[in-house]
Write a protein that binds this ligand. Sequence first.
Ligand code: ATP
Ligand code: MG
Length: 652
Amino acid sequence: MSDPDATLSDLLHETRTFPPPPELAEHANVTAEAFETAERDRLAFWERAAERLSWTARWDRALDWELPFAHWFPGGRLNVAYNCVDRHIEAGHGDRVALHWEGEPGDTRVITYQDLYGQVCQAANALAELGVRAGDRVAIYLPMIPEVVVAMLACARIGAPHTVVFGGFSAEALRTRIQDCDAQVVITADGGYRRGAPSPLKANVDAAVADCPEVRHVLVVRRTGQDIDWHERDLWWHEVVDRQSREHSPDAFESDHPLFILYTSGTTGKPKGILHTTGGYLTFVAWTHWAVFDLKPERDVFWCTADVGWVTGHSYIVYGPLANGASSVMYEGTPDTPHKGRWWELVEKHRVSILYTAPTAIRTCMKWGAEIPAEFDLSSLRLLGTVGEPINPEAWMWYRENIGRGECPIVDTWWQTETGGILISPLPGVHTTKPGSAIRPLPGISAAIYNDEGQVLPRKDTAGYLVLTEPWPGMMRTIWGDDDRYREVYWSRYPDAYFAGDGAKWDTDGDIWLLGRVDDVMNISGHRISTIEVESALVSHPKVAEAAVVGAADPTTGQAIVAFVIPRGATRTGTDGEQFVRELRDHVTHEIGPIAKPKQILVVAELPKTRSGKIMRRLLRDVAANRELGDVTTLTDSSVMDLIKEKLPTAS
Ligand code: ATP
Ligand code: MG
């Protein structure tokens, strides 16, 4: 089964398949023909995607490519905010709802494209009054309230690149990001609601900017009304923005003008400031949102549950959906406030038809139990999506059965902050899906799997390193202020391809399976084993909701597998004893073979995750090796690590 010379062992055997529903296939936005068109002329294909937007000047060429720097649509000029707002009003859709916003405490706001226009113009005028000019950076540290969308679009409208910092990050994380990109204006709120408690956003900004003398203004949205300190540089949003004109005539910017800087999740180490520009990025997120979610803007209600502080929020809450004139749901709080059915209540209330979330959320819902979504009417859903991590086949099946009524197709979308938008995903009207597989690169995307030596592996039954061999419109421009690091991180492993840092395999049908990060691959007696396969075997046990595995040094096998598992809600009893651990080890042996049997299994209540919900295996590796923990600034909850450490000495 395992060949020590193979790049990665292939352990997972999943055979369930789900063809596209005929009705969806018949009316799908994108059909199989798109692959042929893109194959014939990739650049012409992307030019057609760019034509879906409004430009004030057409580009001279599709692409200037000086490896590794891509300049898409040079000479073309456009305004992102105009494309996301004004043009829909000009097309007669001003009354369409852009955002159905739900606050955590139960307050709501309905914002049409016409409303959004007025608010974005006012905010753009306010920023201009504060002296923000095209090219100046603005930091945005807001909760999930409509002002965050307004602030992003206002920045885009005046050509000031924003850097959105997740509202749950600490003052320290905020400070390093403000300093890294030299932002001079910060937009924040007094606080935001998370699990009923107001978070100290303004206090964090005060602490962060104490060390940032260049910050001239802090613009503060009143959200919670909590007490805050007030400094000379502070201004209330409602005092400065609300008195502005509701009209603003936008300038068009060159296609390569910076749109935003966003720091990566920090799953593998210190976050990198990823720079995205205007024309290529907007073309790409608009096209992928329309194609992958089969969006019908006149009737769909789209809900992406991500936070805007994460790239998924940038591309598929803000820029993609708004460029397409979609109606979206936006929710401020956590899925369990005030009760664990809150998301499903919102799906029912707004008749959500497309839901896009992350494997971590699905596994959490599994842990809470299927009875919770079963209480709500989810019949409006027609398409489900996932992003962020490889999805365990059992979680995929749970999602399909319990949220998608066993009918909705699931698009498992692979992409990164760096890629700007989705690169690998089934197209819901074209592909037969398989639980756990991201299926195919999208039309116009040249993905390949390389071996260690940089040879292209055949698209059948092979595994190695995922690379992109041609530029695509959504690709990052560089790492902010650090072209050398950009070259080194992404273009030094192989000279001719973008190195994604993820392992992947082609199955016998030529479909892609993501195998997790190459940094996470374990080496057991010379077999290179990816974490996801062992984790998926554990999650396929009926009593397990989540699992994370890492390699720890072992005198005989080089590395041994250490597993951390969270039991499922209803079956929690009897999951803390040796008997349960034995059962799980036997289960893994049965599912994939003795080579993958964990040496140690720890039953835990939580796993260390990034704010975007990704398991941070590097911290578990540190625990397993009894080392000092690495960078924890992007961890959701650092007390999780103490709980896990407590478990360690008494483990089996
Ligand atoms: P850092 O680069 O700082 O370590 P990060 O990689 O977690 O952080 P993101 O850009 O948010 O930052 O995440 C991209 C990564 O998420 C991908 O490289 C991949 O490992 C994982 N990922 C995203 N979607 C999928 C998916 N559908 N299947 C498998 N993995 C996915
Ligand atoms: Mg990454």
